[in-house]
Design a protein around this ligand. Structure first.
Ligand code: NAP
Length: 260
């Protein structure tokens, strides 16, 4: 059975998709959850759902790319609970265009949310976790951080940066009882991917996923929750693909041999 250190879990992007599924799962496991997101309606919804399950949650508005907003959000959580022992950086955005047409404003926007947001929240959480002498930081990378995908110029590069940021956190924070890891989801059905995964895209994608299906947010949350547990104490600095085998797979046919 997984166990969790006493303290609050702060989940950015907790209003939607993978962050929301993680917030609900951690709450069911008995953790008090601060649900942080840029969408004020969505955070209230996640909080009510957690309360409906008998759990304790706090709605925290945040814009992760803005240092003042991050400081305000952490102050709100620290006033609610002095110890933050889990941070999940799930807030993120996907913007797509070809490499040649990608404009620099959109590039900066993607990096500000996906990379700077995780950096700012990680820095602020680490200061709190050091006081407790314990912490679990889980960042959200992506299969796009390892393999290029059409349109993912900024998104994929930002997710590769998340693996670097995770290693840096792991190295510098490990001696304070804090671990940092990243989860790299494969294709997952969430509001973020609604537009990107048309029926045509899915037909091309599915044969490349050995398990043969697209993940639910809960498939990803299961891995995040494990990394957030006390049992994951010796896993530090890694990026774990949760992708149905997408990154492990290669050729689909060799001569007359093919899978059916
Ligand atoms: P999602 O459903 O869109 O959830 C992301 C949440 O973050 C949304 O509520 C979004 O609000 C919020 N957000 C956006 N910008 C923010 C900001 N500046 N400050 C605070 N919150 C902000 O996406 P998801 O699919 O769950 O993705 C979660 C994480 O997993 C992301 O980092 C994503 O890159 C990563 N990931 C997802 C997949 C996938 O297939 N779904 C695959 C690999 C990696 P708005 O909706 O208002 O923007």
């Amino acid at each position: 059975m997984l166990t969790f250190e006493k303290g609050a879990a702060l989940i950015t992007g907790g209003g939607s998709g993978i962050g929301r599924a993680t917030a609900l799962m951690l709450a069911k496991a008995g953790t008090q959850v601060a649900v942080a997101d840029i969408d004020p309606v969505a955070i209230q919804q996640t909080v009510s759902d957690i309360e409906g399950l008998g759990g304790a949650a706090l709605a925290v508005p945040i814009d992760v790319q803005d240092k003042q907003s991050v400081d305000d959000a952490f102050e709100q959580v620290e006033a609610w609970h002095d110890g933050i022992t889990i941070l999940v950086n799930s807030a993120g955005i996907l913007r797509m265009d070809t490499f040649e047409d990608f404009d620099v404003e959109t590039w900066n926007q993607v990096f500000n949310v996906n990379v700077t947001g995780s950096f700012l929240c990680g820095q602020r959480a680490a200061a709190n976790m050091k006081k407790v002498g314990y912490g679990r930081i889980i960042n959200l990378s992506s299969i796009s951080g390892t393999r290029a995908g059409v349109g993912r110029t900024a998104y994929g590069t930002s997710k590769a940066a998340i693996s670097g940021l995770t290693r840096q956190m792991a190295l510098e924070l490990g001696r304070h009882g804090i671990t940092a890891n990243a989860v790299a989801p494969g294709a997952t059905t969430t509001p973020m991917t609604n537009e990107a995964y048309t029926e045509e895209t899915k037909a091309l994608l599915l044969p490349m996923i050995p398990t043969g299906f697209i993940a639910t947010p809960e498939d990803i949350a299961n891995a995040i929750v494990f990394l957030a547990s006390q049992q994951a104490r010796y896993i530090n600095g890694h990026t774990l693909p949760v992708d149905g085998g997408y990154l492990a797979s290669g050729m689909l046919q060799t001569g007359s041999i093919s899978l059916n």
